[in-house]
Design a protein around this ligand. Structure first.
Ligand SMILES: [Zn+2]
Length: 69
C-alpha cells in the first residue's frame, strides 16, 4: 500500500529579463575587471605602475594557469 505524499503547490518565481540584465552587465564588468587585474595588468598595458599589483596577484595568476614569467 503506497502512501500518498502531499506535494505543496509551489510555482516557480518568474524573473523578467529586464530586471536581470542590468545586474548581469554589472557582474560582467566586475568580473572582467578582476580578470584584468589578476591576469593582464603587467608590462606595457599596465594601468597601475610598479610591481606591487603583479606581486600581489602572482599566486592567483599561477593558480589560473595564466602566463606570468
Ligand atoms: Zn609567476
Amino acid at each position: 500500500m503506497a502512501l500518498a505524499v502531499p506535494t505543496p503547490a509551489v510555482a516557480p518565481v518568474r524573473i523578467p529579463l529586464r530586471e536581470v540584465l542590468p545586474w548581469a552587465v554589472f557582474a560582467g564588468a566586475i568580473l572582467l575587471s578582476l580578470l584584468y587585474l589578476v591576469g593582464l595588468d603587467q608590462g606595457a598595458t599596465s594601468v597601475f605602475s610598479g610591481q606591487l599589483l603583479h606581486e600581489f596577484m602572482h599566486d592567483g595568476r599561477h593558480l589560473l594557469a595564466m602566463p606570468c614569467h
